[in-house]
Design a protein around this ligand. Structure first.
Ligand code: GDP
Ligand code: IMO
Ligand code: MG
Length: 444
């Protein structure tokens, strides 16, 4: 059986916490897209782990796989594994031979292009994490990428680099008029990346992802797919161009691992929902709390209480009310069998509580999202007010179960179940693994 965990909004919904919670019953945890732009937090008995590339199952000692749909920076991968080892974990990470490699020139170009967009007044600056994600996926689609499998064969690696590096050098020097550095030196790159290839091989980390997962499933293993980012920053289904360059949506679990869609589709697909909204980076956010001083103060309270600062970049996250048209869109795109709603503790004790129930666009009310980002930006939220609930003891509530949640919080959740026609499987009432009210375990 499989369980897929997907972000329903703009990333940072608390996917890491849910993968950790339910990953306890899995044997293998697989990332199917993205790279070290992700920042997934796991809190176990007060110990906090911030995972970027290593699948969150590592905290539970599960086998972690980076699927073919991922983009892998070997420098940061080995750094992260080293840090986790220093903290007493022993991550068992496998990397797909078909996954693409983030090279140093991808990071450089990510920064250069973001700078150029910012200078251009074009309004298309994305506010990327600067990890080289977009440029690496561009090279994958452009059929000039370097794959993990290429690192294992020094001759192939040299051929790939000799073709692509002069193009990147021309881009940096001739198009942008900047100076190229070590990141565009074929010999230096070859030396370092062939060494990564040897290390990956020696440590038994490279796999044919599809075969590996097939064999594990044949042996009776349960597989969890860990989505990174979120539906609204999906390159196909999100707020293009303010998106990441991969498919965080549930379909990505099949294409990004080589497990058939009939297999992932027979399993559970759980959407992770933050009880309000946060966004790092540019792009529309109709329910953003930034209208006046009072709204800004409220956003600032929520930001402080919820620790809403980027795990990867430390940027303060933009804050807004829950956007229900966005969630209707996510429910359809991902085909959720259930949702998990986090951060109900952060909403406790507020003076007011609203959700964007619908949008108004050109005098018409609509329940779903326009497909173009410009139109989405013109949408005015139609709010519904909810009763607020008092602060509560997260540990007592997690122990007491769903009925122990404040009545007003249950009303909020039941409104969502009704609007999305999807059951709430779990409710987050704090960052720790134990601070979750579980109603349904997706494995059973
Ligand atoms: P991810 O990228 O989706 O894995 O989410 P992040 O880890 O980037 O951001 C979620 C943040 O909220 C982390 O600091 C989590 O520890 C924390 N968190 C997760 N669930 C809850 C919850 O229910 N309540 C609170 N207060 N924090 C939570
Ligand atoms: P997790 O997995 C939130 C955002 C960036 C930027 C856009 C493109 O922790 O939820 P990129 O570097 O991917 O090219 O940036 O996507 N972004 C995220 N926002 N959570 C993430 O990951 C994100 N990964 C990328 O801020 O707006
Ligand atoms: Mg995150």
């Amino acid at each position: 059986m499989t369980v897929t965990i997907v972000g329903s909004q703009l990333g940072d919904e608390g996917k890491g916490a849910l993968v950790d919670l339910w990953g306890g019953d899995a044997d293998v945890v697989v990332r199917y897209q993205g790279g070290d732009n992700a920042g997934h937090t796991v809190v176990e008995g007060g110990e906090e782990y911030a995972l970027s590339l290593v699948p969150s199952g590592a905290v539970r000692g599960k086998v972690g796989v980076l699927g073919n749909g991922c983009v892998v920076n070997p420098r940061t991968l080995f750094e992260e594994i080293g840090t986790l080892r220093e903290r007493g974990l022993d991550p068992d990470v496998r990397v797909a031979k078909r996954a693409h490699v983030i090279m140093p020139y991808h990071r450089r170009i990510d920064g250069i292009e973001e700078g150029a967009k910012a200078d251009s007044d074009s309004g298309v600056e994305v506010g990327t994490t600067g990890r080289g994600i977009g440029p690496t996926y561009e090279d994958k689609a452009g059929r000039r990428g370097v794959r993990i499998g290429d690192l294992l064969d020094p001759e192939v690696l040299r051929e790939r680099l000799e073709y692509v590096v002069p193009q990147k050098r021309a881009l940096v020097e001739d198009v942008y008029g900047l100076e190229a550095g070590e990141e565009l030196d074929v010999d230096a790159l070859h030396e370092e990346y062939a060494r990564f290839g040897r290390r990956l091989r020696e440590e038994g980390m490279v796999v044919n992802c599809s075969d590996f997962l097939y064999e594990r499933r044949e042996a009776g293993d349960d597989v969890m797919f860990e989505g990174a980012q979120g539906t609204l920053i999906d390159v196909d289904h999100g707020s293009y161009p303010y998106v990441t360059s991969s498919n965080p949506t549930a379909g990505g679990a099949a294409t990004g691992t080589g497990v058939g869609p009939t297999v992932t589709g027979r399993g559970e697909v759980v959407g992770v929902v933050k009880g309000y909204l946060s966004r790092v980076g540019e792009g529309p956010m109709p329910t953003e709390l930034d209208g006046d001083e009072r709204e800004e103060a409220l956003a600032s309270d929520i930001r402080e209480k919820g620790g809403e600062f980027g795990t990867v970049t430390g940027r303060p996250r933009r804050i807004g009310w829950l956007d229900v048209p966005m969630l209707r869109h996510a429910t359809r795109v991902n085909g959720y069998t259930g949702i998990a709603v986090n951060h109900l503790d952060v909403l406790a004790g507020l003076d007011e509580l609203k959700v964007g129930h619908a949008y108004e666009l050109e005098g018409e009310e609509r329940l779903s999202l326009p497909a173009t980002t410009e139109r989405w930006g013109e949408c005015e939220p139609v709010y519904r007010e909810f009763d607020t609930w008092e602060e509560f003891d997260a540990d007592a509530v997690s122990e007491g179960g769903y009925e122990a949640l404040p009545g007003a919080a249950r009303e909020y959740l039941e409104y969502l179940e009704d609007q999305l026609d999807t059951p709430v499987h779990a409710v987050g009432v704090g960052p720790d693994r134990e601070q979750t009210v579980v109603r349904t375990n997706p494995w059973t």
